[in-house]
Design a protein around this ligand. Sequence first.
Ligand code: GLC
Length: 436
Amino acid sequence: MSSYVTRKTPGNTEWFKESRFGMFIHWGLYSLPARHEWVKSRECIPEEKYDKYFKYFNPTMFDAKDWARQAKAAGMKYAVLTTKHHEGFCLFNTKYTDYNVMNTKYGKDIVKEYVDAFRAEGIKIGFYYSLIDWHHPHFTIDRIHPRRNDKNAKDLNEGRDMSIYAQYLRDQVTELLTNYGKIDILWFDYSYPDDTKQPVWTLGKGKDSWESEKLIKTARSLQPDIIIDNRADIEQDIWTPEQYQVLEWVKHKETGELVTWEACQTFSGSWGYHRDESTWKSPEMLIHMLINTVCIGGNLLMNVGPTAKGYFDKRAEKSLGVYAEWMKYNSASIYGCTQAEPEFIAPRGTRITQSNDGKRLYIHLMEYPYAFLEFQGLADKIDYAQFLHDGSEILYSLNAVDHFTQFSSESKNMVAFKLPYVKPDVTVPVIEVFLK
Ligand code: GLC
């Protein structure tokens, strides 16, 4: 059994830690302008102008089953869809605002289609729900709001009442957690509380604005096992570092305990569909990110931003295909795996994971070594080794005896793996070691 213990939290994170890999989906009206999901704020787009996207939203090529198939093929075990992003538009049927998908040309509940299709593929269901809302009439103008630069910006807050908005959050979360069966993850986004040195009307928002305690209580009363992230400004089940690769297992700030964590990342530099963005990650980067995350005990939530037509564009499909290809042969080093026990030190150019039952060790060859790979402290534990992708035996020598004596280390407990000179045709080959 793995010796790493994570901080106890209210939700059920067991399945989550087994799964390791999920699909994030950012979809909303911003897929029409196709220049970042923050476009309304970045360009300070007034309501009348943004309404055009509402008027023309009609993803005629949306096929939830196709999304679900692609997620499954990529090896993703759960998904998290933006039911509402900061723009305030709801992809679900809600009675608390007209600003929802039922009133667009498309006219069908997208959240329902998503839930049905993904569930049918055995994928666990997550809802992203934005705490920020740049459409709601009671959401006050602040420093990130699209109307912050209006001449009379601060007067616009007259009559706006965040407690009405907080009730709206509870009402919609109630709908989301009542109308779609079992929901596995609720992903709130996000809080930006400030100190009070700034002029009051520009202040950011945090747990007091969202009334997070009540909100979370509402959610848990409807779905007791649900996993909730930390972005409502109250610590819950998962910590969510965004768009960067952390270097070690995320720890609790005060207690230093290990926590359950999930890195979220994009294929390119935007969450929502971005036509002209070109920083798409290479196949190596995509696979490395997944391995880098799991080898320090985390999950990876990889994002897709569907087009306004409703499909994953070619670049996204290709990136998903990179995962599909690799996971088809190598998923055993990811599912049910975690950081290797401290006694195992990854040799240079490798990352290692270990199965939760402790019986298998996976050596990911991020830099393909030439002919031999030395691994210290393994000789007394190794029973057999093979490539994970094809099950072909990997020969090794123990304790640097006979013709291996030229190796650098004097260690009595070293294994020297003998690898083919030419790297197998796998983005990152993995050595699977069965331990005694
Ligand atoms: C951020 C952004 C957002 C994105 C999210 C994903 O907080 O505001 O656009 O949805 O991160 O983690």
